[in-house]
Design a protein around this ligand. Structure first.
Ligand code: ATP
Length: 196
């Protein structure tokens, strides 16, 4: 069984960038959000269940119709729960399969909802990447073309930094430049290696 480091952070906090730095240090990284998208597009059992729950409009030629699904689950917690109950177990199984193929002593699971989904409990350590809200808002507005209100709505949907810190073994500060982030990752990796 490899040692599992979970990495998470709020929207736009830099968790994918931090995970890439860990990867450069030799840690194989599983990106749950990327895999979830692929699974929803390609896994036939998942597709059948999503069509059962959301209708044929759930898919188009290019795969899952994200705009349609987003409209269905927006402000509808029951539908969102239904979608999660289809997708989460499939991602869990996919991660287990991936894990079996890894030969490294330590592997990393990156997930935006690592804590919310409860999957942090399967990790040996939890790492949270933190960036001040103001900086994240600016960055996401620029990257995704959202308004400040749209970004705030997404931030408010996620758990607070306080809750994140409480559930984390390591905090990576991402309020500096990318060199600072890389340094933070290297320092954290040294501490984690002592636990292996
Ligand atoms: P999301 O929740 O939206 O998936 P994320 O937490 O994975 O985001 P990243 O994709 O890693 O965040 O970073 C968001 C953007 O900010 C990227 O374009 C990344 O290159 C940039 N970025 C991250 N950290 C820094 C930094 N310290 N300095 C400058 N740019 C950064």
């Amino acid at each position: 069984q490899p040692f599992i480091a979970g990495i998470t952070g709020g929207i736009g906090s830099g968790k994918t960038t931090a995970a890439k730095f860990f990867e450069e240090l030799g840690v194989p990284v599983y990106n749950s959000d990327t895999r979830a998208k692929i699974i929803q597009n390609e896994n036939s059992e998942v597709k059948v269940k999503i069509i059962e729950a959301f209708g044929d409009e759930a898919y188009n030629q290019s795969g899952l119709n994200r705009v349609y699904i987003a409209k269905q689950v927006f402000n509808n917690n029951e539908k969102l729960k239904q979608l999660n109950q289809i997708v989460h177990p499939a991602v869990f199984n996919d991660f287990e399969e991936w894990k079996k193929q890894q030969t490294s002593k330590i592997i990393m699971k990156e997930a935006a909802i690592l804590i919310e989904s409860g999957s942090y409990k399967d990790c040996d350590v939890v790492i949270s990447v933190l960036m001040d809200k103001e900086k994240r808002i600016q960055r996401i507005m620029a990257r995704d073309g959202f308004t400040e209100e749209q970004v705030m709505a997404r931030i408010n949907n996620q758990i607070s930094d306080e809750e994140r810190i409480q559930k984390s073994d390591f905090i990576i500060d991402n309020n500096g430049d990318l060199t600072h982030l890389k340094n933070e990752v290297e320092k954290t990796f040294i501490k984690i290696k002592k636990l292996l």
